[in-house]
Unconditional design. Structure first.
Length: 69
């Protein structure tokens, strides 16, 4: 499932995801479009999704999330 899929499953906008992760909106937009993000950003996203869904979402579960090594 892509980041967009997870976000839509929660009925969140990109701005809502940014708010819940304490990330800048442009960072969330870039992550969702497949641009490279830091591991810290990816972890913040995975943690916010996990909390909201009540299930564990790992970084590697988010298809297309391009994390800098």
């Amino acid at each position: 499932m892509t980041l967009g899929d997870y976000r839509r499953r929660l009925s969140w906008t990109q701005r809502e995801l940014a708010k819940r992760t304490n990330l800048d909106y442009n960072t969330v937009r870039k992550a969702e479009s497949g641009e490279t993000v830091s591991a810290r950003t990816a972890l913040a996203i995975a943690e916010a999704l996990s909390k909201a869904l009540g299930e564990r979402v790992l970084i590697e579960d988010i298809d297309g999330l391009n994390v800098a090594l």
